[in-house]
Design a binder for this molecule. Structure first.
Ligand SMILES: C[S@@+](CC[C@H](N)C(=O)[O-])C[C@H]1O[C@@H](n2cnc3c(N)ncnc32)[C@H](O)[C@@H]1O
Length: 218
């Protein structure tokens, strides 16, 4: 329990709690473990099964027809979205790296879901700006200095009542007072201030893993 940030913590959720929570996660298909094992072996940052399951639940609740994901990597978080999307829905995946997106398509194909997948290579925010809305659900997991732009653009692109989800809101404790002054932490804090503007969003930060924000667009 931190009242201040005396030093950067190794973890926010105690590892034994994290392991316990992971133990309850049911994965809808073997491809989830395949991608988790690859990410573990490569040290590639994915949201992991506990947060993934939350994305899956929100998708089941919202039943979005159109989803935009900023920062897809090789598709682990998208697997959770696609597994829960209703038939005929579409999802836009974005990443700087074309190989990541090709791998994401291959993994997502294994789910065999009747969903349209668009992959957009390059800057996620530029693609988001260019892709006509409205969207029902937007998910952000890109470089943290760009998070404030995500909040502004997502407000424009989401329908009223739509959902904005974002990862790393606790940033391994660096957002806690006294806040770290680096650009990434400041980006996350600027994003956080925006999503807690009550006239635009109704938000909660869920403190699992590295902190996930859930924001309903007013
Ligand atoms: C944390 S990983 C995403 C992991 C993915 N959401 C998951 O949980 O499986 C971040 C990814 O976003 C990409 N990325 C970061 N900033 C980006 C940007 N501005 N535009 C496009 N891709 C970006 C990186 O190439 C990386 O693959």
């Amino acid at each position: 329990m931190w009242t201040s940030r005396p030093e950067e913590p190794e973890f926010l959720v105690h590892p034994s709690v994290e392991t316990y929570l992971k133990g309850w996660v049911h994965r809808p298909h073997p491809v989830f473990r395949e991608v988790e094992q690859r990410a573990e072996a490569e040290g590639f940052p994915i949201v992991g099964p506990v947060v993934g399951r939350l994305l899956y639940q929100f998708t089941l609740l919202v039943k979005p027809r159109r989803v935009f994901e900023l920062g897809s990597g090789y598709g682990y978080s998208a697997l959770w979205f696609v597994a829960a999307l209703p038939e005929g829905a579409e999802i836009f995946l974005t990443d700087y790296d074309a190989r990541n997106l090709a791998d994401a398509r291959r993994y997502l194909g294994q789910l065999g879901r009747p969903v349209t997948i668009h992959t957009l290579e390059g800057d996620a925010l530029a693609h988001f700006r260019e892709t006509p809305g409205p969207f029902d659900l937007v998910y952000a997991d890109i470089e943290k200095t760009r998070y404030p732009e995500v909040a502004d653009l997502a407000y424009e692109k989401l329908r009223p009542g739509g959902l904005l989800l974002a990862d790393n809101l606790l940033w391994r404790g660096r957002v806690l007072p006294p806040e770290a002054q680096d650009e990434k932490t400041q980006g996350i804090l600027a994003f956080t201030r925006r999503i807690f503007q009550e006239d635009r969003w109704v938000s909660t930060i869920i403190p699992i893993r590295d902190g996930v924000s859930v924001s309903v667009r007013r």
